[in-house]
Structures are given as C-alpha cells and as structure tokens.
Ligand binder design. Structure first.
Ligand code: 5GP
Length: 188
C-alpha cells in the first residue's frame, strides 16, 4: 500500500526553500502542494490560490474559529495557516503532500501526524549568505528584510530539531541530497 504522508520543508526566509519545492514537484508530479492562507499582501507575480490564498484578517480569523486550519501561526507579523482538507485527504488516501511552513507550524504538524510526517530543515550556509539572498531577491522592503533576518536567528536555533538537516549551499548538490532523502522518507 502507498504511504500517505506530509513532508515539511522548514527554513528561514531566503534559505532557498521555494526553489527546492519547485524542483521536487517537477520530479514527483504525484505530490500535492499545500497552498496556505495568509494575511500578508501578494508579492508581484503571486497568484491567489496558487502561491497562497490571500485573506483579510477578519476572513482568516473566521476560518480559525471554524477549525479550517490544522495549524496557523503569526509569522513576521502576518497570519499564515494550513488548510485541513488537503492534508487529511492525502494522508488518508496514500498521497504525499508537501508543506512550506515555519517552525511553529512544523512543530504542530509533527505533533498531529507523528510518523506520517517528515520534516526537513533547510539551512543557508551562513547568516551572511542568507542576508545577501534576501537583499538580492528584492521582493521585500528593508524593514521587512530586517524583521525576517531577526527571526532567522531564532529559527536557525531549531535546525537540529527535525528529521533531517539540509544545508543549501550549492543548489544542485542540495537538491540531489533532498531528492534522495525524500525518496527514503516515502518508502518508510
Ligand atoms: P513568505 O511570506 O516568505 O511567503 O513566508 C514566510 C514564512 O511563513 C515562511 O517561513 C513560510 O514557510 C511560512 N508559512 C507559509 N505558510 C505557512 C502556514 O500555512 N503555516 C505556517 N505556520 N507557516 C507558514
């Protein structure tokens, strides 16, 4: 029987998690991607329902009350949450769902799904490189970058607390390692 599970990629902003997830989805087209909801504004090129469901704070709060999220957290001053439907369905039906969430969300997913979840911490090679990547990406205002850098320091303290620590120095090397770890995880 196929093994349904949640694979979580957790990392500070700028560690390259988004690119790694894109590569995984290309190599494992059977994987589903959990599209989170957030109260942060859409960045250029981001689409509602594809990158996130962009919600107003009141809409987000009403979903919390209805129990629509398996987990939600306040990250860099905005709310983010994972919808219950897709995750429950995938784990029950033997599908693999990929999650791109922060440390708080990952802790909750690990608690809820236990052995049916596998969490990979993606670390930048150094704090300086992380800062450089965030600035080069040019998607955020300086103030937002400062907040993300500050949060990165505390998130990095958690890097050894998950199932696997992946250091994203050279993208191709890191991806080859990630692919092999994921292949092992889904075999169980
Ligand atoms: P960004 O604003 O750069 O897209 O995401 C900021 C942070 O929020 C990232 O670490 C991302 O993984 C995290 N995040 C995105 N969606 C969720 C979610 O549904 N739950 C939690 N806990 N974190 C999320």
């Amino acid at each position: 029987m196929k093994r349904g599970m949640a694979i979580v990629l957790v990392a500070p902003s700028g560690a390259g998690k988004g690119t790694l997830i894109g590569k995984l989805l290309a190599d494992f087209p059977q994987f589903k991607l959990s599209v989170s909801s957030t109260t942060r504004g859409a960045r250029e090129g981001e689409e509602h329902g594809v990158h996130y469901f962009f919600l107003k704070k009141e809409e987000f709060k009403s979903k919390i009350e209805k129990g629509d999220f398996i987990e939600w957290a306040l990250v860099h001053d905005n709310y983010y949450g994972t919808s219950r439907d897709l995750i429950d369905e995938c784990v029950a039906s033997g599908d693999v769902v990929l999650l791109d969430i922060d440390v708080q969300g990952t802790d909750n997913v690990k608690k809820l799904f236990g052995n049916d979840s596998y969490a990979i911490f993606v670390a930048p090679p150094s704090y300086e490189i992380l800062e450089q990547r965030l600035r080069d990406r040019g998607t955020d205002e300086d103030e937002v970058i400062e907040l993300r850098l500050k949060n990165a320091r505390s998130e990095m303290k958690r890097k050894n607390d998950y199932d696997y620590l992946l250091v994203n120095d050279d993208l191709e090397t890191a991806y080859a390692e990630l692919k092999s770890v994921v292949e092992q995880a889904i075999k169980g």
